[in-house]
Ligand binder design. Structure first.
Ligand SMILES: Nc1ncnc2c1ncn2[C@@H]1O[C@H](COP(=O)(O)OP(=O)(O)O)[C@@H](O)[C@H]1O
Ligand SMILES: [Mg+2]
Length: 273
């Protein structure tokens, strides 16, 4: 199996046998959690997500279970990766590749305001679609928020939260103090819907000028829609004319008034992930 930028050693035996001699292994843009390889054979292309530590192993476990529930169905407007193989002990997950490019890369190339607005509307539609999935799509045994708060605490205690990765306004604040601030902001439970949990633009796939796929489902659950809205707001806040973009987003998503305390809470929660 020839490879481009990836070592053959990284490919588990049970994946190596997929394509015989005609496989090409590429290294796509990496996410934050696992090591991801793109495996191309003449017939099919796969994504191989490999755990790099115990945390990413846990995430892969979770992702494979969630994808088994959410999986692409004929009724789905968006492609969701199908699980082909999963090996819990060896820590890898083999998924179908969704052709296209990440929305993040598409947005970087977009300077024109009307084009940006069009993408923001697409983004809002994708999130609205996730939030409108039937509640039975995900069977949640634990409250999503409780789980996330315990993950945040765990990441803090184990020293996995890095000061340098914090948003500028939080940099320099002792992490323990930041965590106490987070606990003080925990919102009252409100409506719960299906949420993706990490719906940043690097987890949306674009093709032929539309969003066609949604990947990286390890953080999904049944919880507060603001968990997703906060991440979308952060994406827009970093762009010029962010107010205009956000208003367009809200129009398409269908929300008149924003609860900024919730946005603040979920942004702070994300600092510990
Ligand atoms: N099914 C897929 N189809 C297309 N690209 C993918 C797919 N899965 C992963 N990728 C690519 O690999 C990157 C990392 O994968 P992701 O599932 O987001 O992992 P992480 O949990 O590490 O963020 C993505 O940003 C994207 O570039
Ligand atoms: Mg990702």
């Amino acid at each position: 199996m020839p490879s481009v930028g990836a070592s053959l050693i990284e490919i588990p035996d049970r994946v190596r046998d997929l394509g015989g001699d005609d496989c090409v292994v590429e290294v796509p843009h990496q996410g934050k959690v696992s090591r991801t390889l793109k495996i191309c054979t003449p017939l099919k292309t796969w994504t191989l997500k490999i755990a790099t530590d115990n945390l990413s192993r846990r995430r892969l476990n979770r992702e494979s279970a969630i994808l088994a529930q959410v999986g692409t169905k004929p009724t789905h407007v968006y492609d969701i990766p199908r699980v082909c193989r999963f090996h819990c002990q060896e820590g890898w997950l083999l998924l179908e590749w969704i052709p296209g490019q990440r929305l993040r890369d598409r947005l970087r190339k977009t300077q024109d305001m009307s084009e940006l607005v069009r993408w923001v509307r697409e983004y809002a539609k994708a999130i609205r679609w996730i939030h409108n999935l039937p509640s039975s799509t995900l069977n949640a045994s634990q409250s999503w928020l409780e789980w996330k708060l315990s993950e945040a605490k765990n990441n803090l205690v184990r020293g996995w939260v890095n000061q340098d990765d914090l948003n500028l306004e939080n940099r320099g604040v002792p992490l323990e103090e930041l965590f106490q601030r987070l606990l003080g902001l925990v919102p009252e439970p409100r409506i719960s819907v299906c949420i993706h949990g990490d719906v940043a633009s690097d987890n949306l796939i674009e093709r032929e000028e539309r969003i066609v796929g949604i990947i990286d489902w390890s953080e999904a659950g049944f919880g507060d829609p603001y968990a997703d809205l906060a991440l979308a707001w952060r994406e827009m806040a970093r762009k010029p004319h962010s107010d205009h973009l956000w208003n367009e987003f809200l129009k398409v998503y269908g929300l008149d008034e924003i609860d900024w305390n919730r946005i603040e809470f979920f942004l702070l929660l994300d600092e510990f992930m």
